[in-house]
Ligand binder design. Structure first.
Ligand code: AMP
Ligand code: MG
Length: 350
């Protein structure tokens, strides 16, 4: 097994891309960066190769994978009936962090394992240069879920995932810390409407520039109840959650939020319990605990940092982690979606 890894931000050399692309063509797995998070990639047209992804991640077979393409031509063999609105979205947001669910052409081309037997397939054209070159050089679309063992936060840098994934992939392309830090926005067009199945960097507000009717799927913020039908299988699964008990606390009024968090801290301290607060840089000084972590100040910074922070909280050995909420405006919706799931729907919004 060839495993290239360094803990410095790397410039990937041309021959490394060639080597990695060869592994894809041979039916092996490659860990590679995209602008959102790292992906574990396999040739999307090769059923046996894609099976290896599910084994490496311990991913449920009914959770479909996103197919990554390098150019529009690649899509033609895979999907049919691309509508006007879908074409507009591709023109505006590709390459970039938007996955569009489209009708798949035939199971002979994209195997059932990729789509979890659905008649649709999620397609994305990443803008990250390493990802683009890898797909281009391999000459095939690459099926890739986020790089993490299922249930854990997605990998945004190789250092965070090397232990859980080393030995499970044939090649690692280390492109340093990913730019965005959250997975792509996943949407499905229904008539003139856009349905957001998973929020991401491309926001509802940006999608509204293309379509008047943009809806956020109910399960973006609400828990999936037993036996409930979902529009995107990934919604059903436990994700991002540390083992330590966590709670998200949010109020539009900052002072109220800080007061509530301090109240929770006091209550825990009275019971001799330890609390870690993960909050915005400018709020940290207001918390009456010595354990506090900076999640960044802007929404972009929070998006980029949140998975790497969530991966570390268990090491702190505290009794409770309090995550500051960020609201639902713009990129806030995507962050809130991840935070709510990280704390297993244990949250207070006041
Ligand atoms: P991940 O690969 O871990 O980034 O997750 C991919 C997400 O895309 C999951 O939430 C899937 O449920 C969703 N997805 C992929 N393909 C489809 C599809 N054909 N229909 C609906 N959701 C999909
Ligand atoms: Mg994932």
């Amino acid at each position: 097994m060839i495993s290239k890894y360094s803990d410095q931000k790397k410039v990937i050399k041309e021959d490394e891309i060639q080597e990695a692309a060869l592994e894809i063509k041979k039916g092996n797995l490659v860990l590679f960066p995209t602008e959102t998070v790292y992906g574990i990639g396999a040739n999307a047209l090769d059923e046996d190769a894609v099976k290896k992804i599910f084994v490496a991640k311990g991913r449920a077979q009914d959770n479909p994978l996103i197919v990554h393409i390098a150019n529009i031509k690649m899509i033609e063999d895979i999907v049919m009936d691309i509508g006007t609105l879908e074409r507009k979205l591709m023109t505006k947001f590709w390459p970039g962090p938007l996955t569009i669910i489209l009708k798949r052409k035939s199971k002979e081309i994209i195997p059932n394992i990729v789509t979890a037997n659905l008649d649709t397939v999620g397609i994305r054209m990443p803008s990250n240069r390493i990802a683009q070159k890898l797909i281009e050089t391999a000459g095939v679309p690459i099926a890739a879920p986020s790089a993490n063992v299922s249930g854990k936060p997605s990998g945004t840098k190789v250092e965070d995932i090397i232990t859980e994934l080393d030995g499970k992939v044939e090649y690692i392309l280390d492109g340093g810390f990913t730019d965005i830090g959250l997975e792509s926005t996943v949407i499905k067009v229904e008539g003139n409407k856009i349905n957001i199945l998973r929020p991401g960097k491309i926001t509802k507000e940006q999608l509204e520039e293309v379509a008047q009717d943009v809806k956020i799927d109910k399960h973006v913020l609400a828990k999936v109840e037993k036996n409930e039908i979902v529009t995107s299988p990934g919604m059903k699964y436990r994700h991002y959650a540390p083992n330590t008990k966590s709670i998200m606390i949010y109020s539009q009024e900052k002072e109220k939020m800080i007061e509530k968090i301090n109240e929770v801290i006091r209550k825990m301290q009275q019971e001799n319990k330890k609390v870690l607060v993960v909050g915005r840089e400018s709020n940290l000084q207001s918390y009456q605990t010595k354990r506090k972590w900076n999640m960044g100040e802007t929404l972009e910074e929070v998006a980029k940092n949140i998975f790497t922070l969530l991966r570390k909280v268990d090491k702190e050995q505290v009794d409770l982690v309090v995550l500051e909420g960020v609201g639902e405006q713009g990129l806030g919706l995507a962050i809130t979606n991840r935070l709510i799931r990280a704390c297993a729907y244990n949250y207070i919004i006041i």
